[in-house]
Design a protein around this ligand. Structure first.
Ligand code: ZN
Ligand code: ZN
Ligand code: ZN
Length: 143
């Protein structure tokens, strides 16, 4: 199991360093992201936050996710036509998504080493390994 990379106190330290207020909704978003072992859409983050603090609105959660992204605490990724998914930064990996069951899987970042090298060598293009998922059919659906 890969480590989460970033801890609660590290998130709070970055917020303090950047003179951001640490509000109860932000603490709830951090708790949800730390407790998630998968990739959550903003709606899913909102639902889980509202289980802790029912008064937090979806727009508040979106704003918090944006702020966390601008501080490089959170990253998002796209899988197919589905909504963007979010998780804490610090884990280096790529994504593949199954077109049949729509599950997004993490794959080792090294899977993209060759592709990244070739793109840089031939086109000077720098690959973002994390942002967009490759699509295909997962092992379970192929059975
Ligand atoms: Zn994006
Ligand atoms: Zn991811
Ligand atoms: Zn599948």
């Amino acid at each position: 199991m890969e480590s989460k990379g970033i801890r609660n106190d590290e998130v709070l330290a970055v917020l303090r360093e950047n003179a951001k207020r640490i509000t109860a909704p932000k603490r709830a978003v951090i708790d949800v992201l730390l407790g998630a072992d998968d990739h959550l859409t903003a709606d899913e983050v909102t639902r889980r936050v509202q289980q802790i603090r029912s008064e937090v609105s979806p727009s508040t959660v979106y704003r918090i996710l944006e702020e966390f992204e601008s501080l490089l605490l959170v990253v998002h990724s796209h899988a197919g036509q589905a909504a963007a998914v979010y998780h804490l930064a610090g884990r280096s990996h790529g994504h593949v998504t199954c077109e049949m069951c729509h599950v997004t899987f993490e794959v080792s970042s090294s899977v993209f080493d060759r592709l990244a090298r070739d793109l840089m060598g031939s086109d000077g293009f720098e690959l973002d390994r994390h942002h967009v998922a490759l699509s295909g059919i997962c092992a379970r659906c192929r059975d």
